[in-house]
Design a protein around this ligand. Structure first.
Ligand code: TXE
Length: 494
């Protein structure tokens, strides 16, 4: 991939890639090397206004276009992504620090799948109608949905193109024009998506992409009077800020926030599957997925053997240059995030935790010697109420907590302010169902992790979010239904 194509990240407004009106830029740092990748247009409210004007001009024709036309454009965008999988995977890996193998197998294919899924959802979404019979009144009640309007879609840095398209696809499919903003930490693939939109003839003004920081570019989107809906994925504290900014104008908000997800391993689990499942849940994407299983709850009778095997498995990870195909763990996303995770490890030790492996900075040979690498850490011996077991660390850190019975496991699992996801490992079907029903989370996987069907509801409870994405839930978020009640004469007067 020619790195010059990602050295200048611009906005995508009204079908054109443009710099900020004030010409200001941010620097983009490559996490694996700590060196500059180039510049990012630093969006401000004036750029957001330009994007909203373009979205407003395109709004009526897009809203009135037949769903199959919207589906056609979304599928062309998906095809454009699929035609450039290797370039996009390289760009994502360079920008985020994740292994290129992960970007190639997960991030980029899922971005295309998001667009294709909602192209189909648009075509097959039905309206509800009810035949109402009242004394003296014969009625049809028809629920008619219309697009809510210009939609703000704000996404994070951990799965950049995957989550950006997960938000814009249903909005576009529902007939909304979009002002989207990726994270300033990983802006590159959204910029490449703008190029692909131009190449595939995506109607100008329907999709607009603003680059820049949260306060300078994100806030103006949240507060813009012509944007009635905000779909956000990111940190819980940022979600609270966005909710407070949106509240005064009663904007519709969908908030996908942080998690502190438990992996529950019972004594009757398939031992090897549970070790591998807990390992993947803890360390995939450098532990930088809101769904990661950062708390591993293990029945006391198998805890020592399980811990020993998990430590062995963790030490097998090849950590290094994310652009090498055999790399299993790349760098964290930024130096500040690396420092945040390291501070959490210091706190874990101060609280009496035993770090059984990892938690050390790694300096790979060659071009990555100054990158933001940290070896995956397994900790044990901390109370379930310690900061390590309560707060989202969002890095390659897993903490083992033991339990003696089902009730205790459920109590520990639910004993945090989050409620996003969990995985339960047991060969006992009754126990799997009993436990899954009692866990406070939006998603519970049984004997698996991160298996996704885009039709299913996705989202969190408590401090993990507000609302649900997935399938018709995503479409409905970007629509406003109106019930039309029609009275008619059932007997002809002729
Ligand atoms: O996310 P932020 P960050 C968690 C994780 C991480 C923490 C912060 O714990 O350490 O969140 O990460 C935009 N108005 N997750 O700083 O700040 C911002 O520009 C409008 C979990 O990356 O939430 C970016 O585009 N927008 C999460 C997006 O919000 C604002 C994945 C996310 O940024 C804004 C990533 C504002 N005031 C981090 N402030 C998950 N649930 O998957 C920021 N933004």
């Amino acid at each position: 991939m020619d790195r010059s194509t990602i050295s200048e990240v611009l906005h995508y407004i009204d079908g054109e890639r443009v710099p900020s009106l004030d010409g200001e830029t941010l620097e983009n740092i490559e996490p694996a090397t700590g060196k500059s990748l180039g510049s990012i247009a630093a969006g401000k409210s004036s750029d957001v206004d330009r994007a909203v004007e373009a979205a407003s001009r395109a709004a009526q024709s897009w809203a009135e276009s037949p769903p199959e036309v919207r589906g056609y454009h979304l599928e062309k965008l998906a095809q454009g992504i699929e035609n450039r999988i290797e370039d996009l995977a390289m760009a994502e890996s360079i920008d985020n620090g994740k292994p290129v193998s992960v970007a190639r197998s997960l991030d980029i294919p899922r971005a295309a799948a998001n667009l294709r899924f909602f192209a189909g959802a648009a075509r097959y979404q039905h309206e509800d109608a009810f035949r109402t019979r009242l004394p003296g009144d014969q009625l049809w009640n028809v629920s008619v949905t219309r697009p809510i309007g210009i939609s703000g879609c704000i996404s994070p840095w951990n799965l950049p193109l995957y989550l950006f398209t997960w938000k814009i696809a249903p909005a576009l499919a529902a007939g909304c024009t979009v002002v989207g903003k990726p994270s300033e930490v990983t802006p590159v693939t959204a910029d490449l998506l703008g190029r692909i939109a131009s190449e595939t003839g995506f109607p100008p003004g329907v999709l607009n992409i603003i680059q820049g920081s949260g306060p300078d570019a994100g806030s103006p989107i949240v507060e813009h009077p012509q944007i009635p809906a905000i779909s956000f994925t990111g940190g819980t504290s940022t979600g609270a800020v966005i909710a407070s900014q949106a509240a005064p104008s009663f904007k519709k908000t969908l908030l996908e926030l942080g998690g502190k997800n438990p992996t529950l391993v019972f004594d009757d689990a398939n031992f090897d599957s549970a070790v591998e499942g807990a390992f993947r849940a803890a360390f995939s994407n450098q532990g930088q997925i809101c769904l990661c299983g950062s708390r591993i709850l293990v029945h006391s009778s198998i805890a020592d053997r399980f811990t020993e095997r998990l430590v062995e498995r963790t030490r097998e990870m090849t950590i290094g240059d994310p652009l090498e195909n055999n790399t299993m763990m790349g760098s964290l996303v930024s130096s500040s995030h690396l420092e945040k995770v390291e501070a959490c490890l210091v706190a874990a030790k101060n609280d009496g935790g035993e770090i059984l492996t990892g938690g050390k900075r790694i300096q790979p040979e060659g071009r990555c010697k100054d990158g933001f690498f940290l070896s995956p850490a397994v900790i044990r011996g901390l109370d379930s109420k310690s900061a390590t077991n309560q707060d989202e660390i969002f890095g390659p850190v897993a903490s083992i907590i033991t339990f003696d019975d089902e009730e205790e496991a459920i109590q520990i699992a639910n004993g945090v302010r989050y409620g996003l996801a969990a995985s339960v490992w047991t060969e006992n079907l009754d126990r799997a169902i009993r436990v899954s029903e009692k866990i406070e989370a939006g998603t519970v996987w049984v004997n698996c992790w991160m298996k996704r069907d885009l039709r299913t509801v996705f989202g969190g409870v408590k401090d993990s979010g507000l609302g649900r994405e997935g399938g018709t839930d995503s479409l409905r978020f970007f629509q406003e239904p109106t019930n039309v009640c029609i009275r008619f004469e059932s007997n002809s007067k002729e």
